[in-house]
Each structure stands twice: as structure tokens, then as C-alpha cells.
Design a protein around this ligand. Structure first.
Ligand code: URA
Length: 196
């Protein structure tokens, strides 16, 4: 019988996890300076997750990942891949905004890792696209540069991983968009819905 009390769907478990994250104070500085946590957005059953670094000022205000300038570029990238934001799942390594948008400290990434792992366990995506070196290095536990990690398919616990430049990097370095488009074509070919 599937009465509400027995409902343990990934979507519901994700909502419970989001509540837990919203109350997290493991990183004292982040908990004290954040407006709110930014858990993630999209389809809890998505085949594809996009993993970013951490919320910025806009995300901290709105409670949703990638809603600022970088997010607008990510939306364009999704559109070019004929993907809808609501059909993928978008999340970050850190659920709190680091003050002044500094990089996550190793201890902060470690504190938040349990939430990221749990999200990925629940969503069970087939593919993860890491946006930028912080996401890629964190997920894959490597110190390789994004320039060396991009352009090929990696594995994380049986999930295929494609890494590319962060949209915020592309805003500063538009010439790298060509390589990100190559990475997206690789990803979409792997997904079985090629865009080239
Ligand atoms: N940059 C990120 O890495 N994540 C966001 O959610 C916004 C900007």
C-alpha cells in the first residue's frame, strides 16, 4: 500500500534533506553570513545533473542555483543543447555562499560533501556535468586543472562525468566558449541526443 506515510520517493527524501541542509550550521562562518541555503533545483529523476561551485550573491538572495549572470549563460548553454532547466537537476558543491564569493575552504567542501553525495544517491543521474575546476576537482577528488579534465568522460561511482569551464569563467574569457561547446557536444552524444 502506498499511503502517504509510506512515501519514501526520492523527491520526498530530497525535500527532507533540503530541510536538514537549511538548518545546517557545520560551517560557522557560512551559517552566520548566508541569507539562506541553496539546495538545488530541477527534476529529482533527472538523467543529467549540472554541478557548480557555490551560491553567489543572487543565488543567496533567491535560494536557487545559477540565477545570476553565470546562470543566464548556463541557461543559454542548456538551450543550445535543447535541454530545459526543469528537466535537468542543478546543484552546487557548497550549499552556502562563501563571503565575498571566495573559493570554498577544504573543510567547507568536506562538511557539505555528505549532502552532495546524498543528493546524487537520491537522484541517481546517469551523467554529471561539472562546471569549473572547483566542482570537477571536488567531485573527482583530483588536483588536475580544468583544462586537463575537460574534453573526456570520467567516472564517479558509476556515473559518467563530463567537465567543462564555469559559465562565470566564460563571461571573462569568451574565447573558451568554443571548448565548452565541444564538451557539451560530447555530453549530448553520450546522452544519446546529439546536438551536432
Ligand atoms: N556559480 C556557481 O558555481 N553556482 C551558482 O549557483 C551560481 C554561480
Amino acid at each position: 500500500p502506498s499511503d502517504a506515510a509510506n512515501d519514501v520517493s526520492p523527491a520526498k527524501t530530497l525535500r527532507i534533506l533540503a530541510q536538514e541542509v537549511a538548518e545546517c550550521t557545520r560551517c560557522h562562518e557560512l551559517a552566520a553570513t548566508r541569507t539562506q541555503t541553496v539546495f538545488g533545483v530541477g527534476d529529482p529523476q533527472a538523467r543529467l545533473c549540472f554541478l557548480g561551485e557555490a551560491p553567489g550573491a543572487d543565488e543567496d538572495k533567491q535560494g536557487e542555483p545559477f540565477v545570476g549572470r553565470a546562470g543566464q549563460l548556463l541557461n543559454k548553454i542548456l538551450e543550445a543543447c535543447k535541454l530545459r532547466r526543469e528537466d535537468v537537476y542543478i546543484l552546487n558543491v557548497l550549499k552556502c555562499r562563501p563571503p565575498g564569493n571566495r573559493n570554498p575552504l577544504p573543510e567547507e567542501s568536506l562538511n557539505c560533501r555528505r549532502y552532495l553525495n546524498r543528493q546524487l544517491q537520491l537522484i541517481q543521474p546517469e551523467f554529471i556535468c561539472c562546471l569549473g575546476s572547483v566542482a570537477a576537482q571536488n567531485l573527482l577528488e583530483t588536483t588536475e586543472t580544468i583544462g586537463r579534465l575537460r574534453g573526456k568522460v570520467h567516472q564517479f561511482r558509476g556515473v559518467k562525468v563530463v567537465c567543462t569551464y564555469h559559465p562565470a569563467y566564460l563571461l571573462r574569457n569568451p574565447s573558451a566558449k568554443k571548448q565548452t561547446w565541444e564538451d557539451m557536444k560530447l555530453l549530448m552524444r553520450e546522452l544519446g541526443t546529439p546536438v551536432d
